[in-house]
Design a protein around this ligand. Structure first.
Ligand code: RET
Length: 239
């Protein structure tokens, strides 16, 4: 019975495959998180509602893409999975930059900070997509990695870090946690990339998990975790 249900909802392929299974679970988790964020909106002061709304949009956009990726993955259509994956990221990662901007706005964050972070994420993601689809994975991955490090630098030590110090204790500590997500949680993505593309890194043990499993775990941690940090900041600021 359970198996029948899973097979129906998951589209008829092998649900025991960890890639398909994590697409399925990821989709449900993103849907649940979106419902949670959207339904909580009314309890917050107007100023914080936008931030929590953006958290919900990030998980909702991911839920829709996971729905399609799960389908494509069950059908064995790997190149469609990759396309949906990067469309998802190119929408959700800039929204995560918007989250940084929104919480730092009280301390005077400018649009130029926002565009800098968005520009860097676009470079990071477009070069990553090239690396996955056009060969030369090591070269494209390196360029992508450089953009990633500049993002890490900007939020930990650059302009965003300075603003966080001036934004009050609660915002500063939420900013710090988000910084850890970017440093540690986002670092899972290049590991997945190395597991799924060819290069000097093929000798590493990280090859043992499929690329999509790494990406799915990372998405769950980063999209839902990020959202919860914003949510709890909004709770504190509203109380
Ligand atoms: C919700 C989706 C998120 C937070 C996606 C983040 C994606 C990355 C940080 C991807 C980074 C990559 C590198 C740093 C090098 C290899 C190519 C990428 C695109 C996987």
């Amino acid at each position: 019975m359970t198996n029948l249900f899973l097979t129906l909802v998951a589209g008829g392929g092998d649900v025991n495959d960890p890639v398909n299974f994590t697409f399925f679970i990821g989709c449900m988790a993103m849907m649940a998180a979106s419902a949670f964020f959207f339904l909580s909106l009314n309890q917050f002061d107007k100023k914080w509602r936008t931030s929590v709304l953006v958290s919900g949009l990030i998980t909702f956009i991911a839920a829709v893409h996971y729905w399609y990726m799960r389908d494509a993955s069950m059908a064995g259509d790997v190149s469609n999975v990759t396309a949906f994956r990067y469309v998802d990221w190119i929408l959700t990662v800039p929204l995560m930059c918007v989250e940084f901007y929104l919480i730092l706005k009280v301390a005077g964050a400018t649009k130029s900070l926002l565009w800098k972070l968005i520009g860097l994420s676009v470079v990071m993601l477009v070069t990553g997509y090239f690396g996955e689809t056009m060969g030369n994975a090591v070269m494209w991955g390196t360029i992508s990695g450089v953009a990633y490090f500049v993002i890490v630098y900007e939020i930990w030590l650059g302009g965003a870090a300075k603003l966080a110090k001036e934004a009050g204790e609660e915002v500063a500590s939420a900013h710090k946690i988000l910084c850890w997500f970017v440093l540690v949680g986002w670092a899972i993505y290049p590991i997945g990339y190395m597991a799924g593309t060819e290069g000097w890194y093929d000798v590493l043990p990280t090859e043992g998990l499929a690329m999509d499993v790494w990406y799915n775990i990372a998405d769950a941690i980063n999209k839902i975790g990020f959202g919860l940090v914003i949510y709890s900041l909004a709770v504190k600021k509203t109380a």
